[in-house]
Design a protein. Structure first.
Length: 333
């Protein structure tokens, strides 16, 4: 049988406006009956119609809302590297120390992996323990503060090498990212969001590209993209013609992208972020990294819903996970 990687599917996904979730990702439901609550005295509630978690235990212990699976029915996420939660936490209070949100993944042995993020980051990505992700017991969104968190999408994913995922965002200065609307807004001139100390290997890539769409600007428009490498001058591109919805910097010769900053010049301005990615000189579609995965050892086969298969299917659509941690969606005819 001939195996065909879905190159055209990859190209179409890269053109989507809200491309945070790919076809190979596992998306979790957000209905009223899907979300479980753990609370001290009923101080957390969930509205499935608006996908909103309501926390009422201000300043007290962590209140939990999310998913629970019982023994014998644990969730198998071994085909993925991250669990991602996209959210809008603008309703949480503005304190001197901005409110933090925790996303926690608990395994069958009751150990857990968690990340703590600020409300202005708009999303959180928990890197899974590859030795334990075959049996997930819980995924919870946690807060100590009174207010609401509106959920966008909760999903499991494996990022492409060429992408700079929004859920690795970890810094800001007068900038706020809304994970539900995918919008960056700033409250001061040259407000920004940042990917600090990501130390991403960019060997073999020549450009770093940010695709966006203007949401609102009243005055002169500028988007500034800044890439940092240890011991080297910052690479800056300031875009004043935003009509093509793209800002990019030349990273030819760079080996490690230490940090990345995306800035807007106008207080009150906002843009919808589509995608941030690395582009090799001879492969502007981003396909090469997928087809090259076939040179790596196969670690397992999975359905598109993330269920592990004993062997590669004779035909149909499925996911191949490789020993290098990457996953490829393939089809046999």
């Amino acid at each position: 049988m001939k195996k065909i990687t879905l190159k055209m599917w990859t190209i179409l996904l890269s053109l989507c406006v809200f491309a945070s979730v790919n076809a190979a990702d596992k998306v979790f439901p957000l209905g009223q009956s899907d979300i479980n609550l753990i609370s001290d005295g009923g101080k957390v509630a969930y509205d499935g119609a608006t996908k909103t978690i309501i926390y009422t235990g201000a300043g007290e212990i962590w209140q939990f809302a999310g998913y629970q699976w019982s023994a014998g029915n644990y969730e198998d996420l071994s085909a993925y590297e991250y669990v991602v939660v996209e959210f809008d936490a603008s309703d949480l209070p503005d304190l001197t120390d901005p409110p933090k949100i925790q996303v926690q993944v608990t395994y069958a042995d009751d150990t857990n992996t968690q990340v703590e993020v600020r409300k202005q980051w708009g999303n959180a990505g928990v890197k899974l323990d590859t030795e334990k992700s075959v049996a997930i017991k819980e995924i919870f969104v946690k807060s100590q503060y009174e207010g609401k968190i509106v959920l966008g999408t909760i999903y499991a994913t494996t990022p492409k090498n060429s992408d700079v995922p929004f859920y690795t965002l970890n810094g800001r200065d007068n900038g706020e990212y809304n994970g539900v609307t995918k919008t960056l807004s700033v409250s001061g001139n040259w407000g920004r969001i940042s990917w600090e100390n990501i130390n991403k290997d960019v060997t073999g890539y020549t450009s770093l590209v940010c695709e966006f769409e203007i949401a609102s600007f009243e005055g002169a428009n500028w988007v500034q993209l800044i890439g940092e490498e240890d011991g080297q001058a910052d690479i800056i591109n300031e875009v004043d013609d935003m009509s093509d919805g793209k800002a990019q910097i030349d990273i030819t010769g760079m080996t490690t992208l230490k940090s990345l900053h995306l800035k807007l010049n106008e207080a009150g301005g906002s843009v919808v972020l589509k995608r941030i990615y690395l582009e090799p000189e001879d492969d502007p579609t981003g396909i090469a990294e997928l087809t090259n995965q076939e040179d790596a050892a196969v670690a397992g086969y999975y359905t598109i819903m993330g269920v592990k298969l004993p062997d590669a299917p004779v035909n149909g659509l499925y996911i191949v996970k490789y020993a290098n941690g990457k996953a490829v969606k393939v089809i046999k005819k």
